[in-house]
Structure formats: structure tokens, C-alpha cells
Write a protein that binds this ligand. Structure first.
Ligand code: ZN
Length: 349
């Protein structure tokens, strides 16, 4: 298995072969992996090895320790999430995109404070992204090894050591110990932009900043769903029970039923959402539409709260469906004619 070499690269810091590889494919953003190699015509051995990164990082994680060897923005040091792709606007505004975790975080007693060192003040959507990032960071369980060195951990193994057999077992089982309940494949989909997958991750863990969550953090405010103006806002109301959302799904399912739910709870809906190997345009749409609808409901909600702008249920349905088509086009799964024809039939436009 080629993944073994990725493990050895990350752990055998002083070996001569690692130094050679590091010179050739040096990655300024991370000491844990090389740049992805794209050589064009002749494929090198290392290029084939780096194709395994995605699989490898599903099962490996970084224990940041004192943070001195972790790239804050580019290493997946927390739950497999790369912050520069999940929070691109904040990352773009930082003075030092190569900052180490230890440069950004400082520990005052029990509390961690974060300084992103921004070039300019963020406004609007970018500032909301900054608040979401802080919210995300403040939810990280802090462990007691703040002074130990950073290390790479192989999650399937109780001793955190890599073995080909454990990798194989886990690919076959397709689960990760300790996170049995987390529907990895339903949340992280290669063809969907990572900020949208990250949003789903936040939804699954009940971490998006809906009014009920803000109140739990001590904010004082009236709780009213801004989409229907009737019920209180909670994640489950906003994404499942609200009449506005139901109406959006009615538009989406008008031409043909793309998705219908048996469950009424966001976690179960995510868990039971499609995760097949799509064969045709319709199946590809089914694969992505839940992410898209919820993401655009969330954007609509934020637009109403922060910018006092409103769209209709049809507007949100169209935006969600059109974006799914754009994702599929970018991923090379469909061509534009196929996609437009499908959209037309789907929304009867
Ligand atoms: Zn509502």
C-alpha cells in the first residue's frame, strides 16, 4: 500500500530518503506532507503515492501538541478540516498565511485566545465568516498536552501507529473508530465546495449560530424565525420544519421527486441522505441537493438578518438547483446541455 510512504514521510523526519523527497517536492505550508505532485507526462513514483493523500487523511490526524509544527491555515489539525478552505475570506485577509498554530493561539490560564493578524477590517459576509471561525475554534476540546511535541496519529489503531492491515480493514468497513456515528461520506463530498461541506459538518454537530444556540451562549435576544416569522428559530426548525423550507422542497420536487425524507431531525436526515455511486444526472443531483438547499436556506436566513434582503422560496430553490449543476459541471460529471435540460425539467422553468 502506497499510504505507508505517506506515514513514513510524516514520521521519519531524519531519514535520508525523506530529506530527498522534501527537497524535490517541498511544501512550504506543511511539514507533514509534500506538495501534491502534478508532473504531466511521465508519472513519478511519488506522484502515485501522493494520490493517496485523501484516503490517508481520512484515517490520520494531527495531535497539535504545542502547535509549533502545525500550519494553522493549511494543515488539517482539527477533525480533518483545513481552515484555509473552510474559511477562505478570513484566510485571504491574514498577514501571515504560513503562521503556525502556536503563533495564532495563546493560552491564558484555561482560556485560549486567537489572533488572526488581519491586514484589514473584515465586513459583511467576511466578518461573519470570522465569527464562525472563532465559534468553531472555541468548540475545540482543549487537551492537556499543550506542551508536548506535535505528532501524527493513526486513528484506527489504539496505539496510533500506522499499519496497512488497519487501513485495509477500515476501507472495507468504511467507518472510523470513535466516530462511528459520524456520516463522513454524507457530509464530505469531493465535488461539493469545502465551505458547504463544512457547513453540513456544523449542522450535524448543532454548531451553527441559530438564535437558540446564541441564547445558550448568553446572548439576550428575541427568538423568531426570520423565514416564516412564526416559530422560534432552531437548526431543526430552520432546515426542516419551517414552512419556507417545505415550500422550497416542493419547488425542487415539482418536476420529479429528487429527495423526500422519512426523518424529521437534521442528524438523521444527513445520515440517511443519498450516498450511492451516481450513474446519471438525476442521481448526481440527488447526491448534492440536500447540501445545496440547506446551504442556500442558511444564506437566505443570513441575508434577511444582516442585510434585510429577501428572496422567494422559488428564488432559493433555483439558486440551490443551479449551484448543484455548476458543481457537477466543474467536477466534469455532466455537460452543460444535459445539466440545463435537467434543470428545466426539475423546476419547470
Ligand atoms: Zn420558520
Amino acid at each position: 500500500m502506497l499510504s505507508k510512504w505517506l506515514w513514513r514521510f510524516a514520521t521519519e523526519r531524519d531519514s535520508w530518503w525523506r530529506k530527498l523527497i522534501d527537497i524535490k517536492y517541498h511544501n512550504p505550508s506543511s511539514v507533514w506532507q509534500t506538495e501534491k505532485v502534478r508532473s504531466g507526462f511521465s508519472q513519478s513514483v511519488w506522484e502515485n503515492i501522493t494520490k493517496e493523500y485523501e484516503l490517508f487523511w481520512k484515517f490520520a490526524s494531527l495531535d497539535p501538541g504545542n502547535g509549533s509544527m502545525i500550519s494553522f491555515w493549511h494543515d488539517a489539525w482539527n477533525q480533518g478540516i483545513v481552515l484555509s478552505s473552510a474559511f477562505p475570506r478570513v484566510a485571504a485577509a491574514t498577514v501571515d498565511s504560513e503562521a503556525r498554530l502556536s503563533d495564532v493561539a495563546s493560552l491564558n490560564g484555561e482560556l485560549v485566545s486567537w489572533s488572526f493578524n488581519l491586514k484589514y477590517n473584515l465586513r459583511g459576509g467576511a466578518d461573519r465568516e470570522r465569527v464562525e471561525l472563532l465559534n468553531f475554534l472555541n468548540n475545540i476540546p482543549m487537551n492537556n498536552n499543550a506542551f508536548s511535541p506535535c505528532r501524527i496519529v493513526w486513528n484506527p489503531d489504539p496505539n496510533s501507529k500506522f499499519s496497512v492491515s488497519s487501513l485495509y480493514r477500515n476501507i472495507v468497513q468504511d467507518t472510523m473508530p470513535g466516530v462511528h456515528d459520524f456520516p463522513l461520506k454524507q457530509v464530505w463530498k469531493k465535488l461539493i465546495p469545502s465551505k458547504v461541506c463544512f457547513f453540513m459538518w456544523m449542522v450535524f454537530h448543532n454548531k451553527i449560530l441559530t438564535v437558540d444556540n446564541l441564547k445558550r451562549r448568553g446572548w439576550l435576544m428575541a427568538n423568531r424565525c426570520c423565514l416564516c416569522c412564526r416559530n422560534e428559530e432552531s437548526i431543526n426548525h430552520l432546515l426542516v420544519d419551517c414552512v419556507f423550507v417545505k415550500e422550497v422542497w416542493r419547488h425542487i420536487n415539482r418536476g420529479r421527486t429528487v429527495l423526500s425524507f422519512q426523518d424529521r431531525e437534521v442528524k438523521l436526515i444527513i445520515k440517511h441522505s443519498p450516498n450511492s455511486k451516481p450513474g446519471n444526472v438525476g442521481e448526481w443531483f440527488r447526491e448534492c441537493i440536500l447540501h445545496a438547499v440547506w446551504w442556500f436556506i442558511w444564506l437566505e436566513r443570513n441575508q434577511r438578518v444582516f442585510e434585510e434582503k429577501k428572496s422567494t422560496t422559488m428564488g432559493v430553490a433555483r439558486r440551490a438547483a443551479r449551484n448543484v449543476m455548476e458543481w457537477l459541471l466543474a467536477y466534469g460529471q455532466i455537460d452543460r446541455i444535459q445539466g440545463e435540460a435537467w434543470l428545466h425539467e426539475l423546476l419547470l422553468i
